[in-house]
Ligand binder design. Structure first.
Ligand code: URA
Length: 220
């Protein structure tokens, strides 16, 4: 039995509306990018809702009051997977300006559907891994192989699974099964769980190749 306890589908009306825009094959690259940016805010509100707070004292112009800020002992790392994950990273960084952004790059071997690494800006060793909060960004969770490699990069450095969040626009059930079987405590936030994968590892109905549509490199 697959455990989906940490999979969250953000089916806010604005997410549904903007998903309809990005699924449409006639949507231009500019409109596609803007619709994803609007969805990104909604995904990140969900993905960040359990960030730890610490109390602080603030002097307003009128008086002193107790407030709360994000716990500064926790280091938040935003990890866009090149290239499509870049579409999430500006907004993730805008709403969490105290985070660092560290890129990783993988492309999918079209025959094996396995990820091939080509870039990695994550330090070899992470100090106090229990204090790192990782947001991995990739719009399409398809086979789950890329997600697993990215998550493994951090669990191998002793970051607890519960500190890792994977953010996607659209997820395939096959990929979710794969990731949640291997990493049941990683939180996955997505705007849709679609029907299935096709034989080439593309999500159905999906939206096609996210990277090509974001960067306007779709070949007709
Ligand atoms: N990557 C994409 O960009 N689209 C898919 O449907 C699957 C993987």
């Amino acid at each position: 039995m697959i455990n989906y306890k940490n999979v969250f589908v953000v089916n806010h009306p604005l997410c549904c509306h903007n998903l309809s825009i990005i699924r449409d094959k006639n949507t231009t690259a500019e409109v596609f990018r803007n619709a994803i940016r609007r969805i990104t805010y909604l995904l990140f509100y969900k993905a960040s809702e359990d960030l730890e707070l610490q109390e602080c004292i603030i002097n307003t112009p009128l008086e002193t009051c107790k407030c709360q800020k994000i716990n500064s002992e926790k280091e938040i790392i935003i990890v866009p997977i090149l290239r499509a994950g870049l579409i999430f990273s500006d907004i993730a960084n805008e709403i969490m300006p105290f985070a660092s952004v560290r890129h990783i790059g993988m492309y999918r071997d079209e025959d094996t559907l396995k990820p091939v690494w080509y870039y990695n800006k994550i330090p070899v060793e992470l100090e106090k891994p229990e204090n790192k909060i990782i947001f991995i960004l990739d719009p399409m969770l398809a086979t789950g192989n890329t997600a697993i490699d990215a998550i493994k990069l951090f669990t191998a450095k002793n970051v607890p699974q519960k500190n890792i969040r994977f953010i996607s626009l659209i997820s395939a059930p096959e990929g979710l099964d794969n990731v949640t079987t291997n990493y049941p405590d990683v939180k996955i936030v997505t705007a849709s769980i679609d029907k299935s994968l096709n034989n080439n590892g593309y999500i159905l109905p999906g939206l096609g190749d996210a990277g090509d549509r974001i960067f306007n490199t779709v070949e007709n």
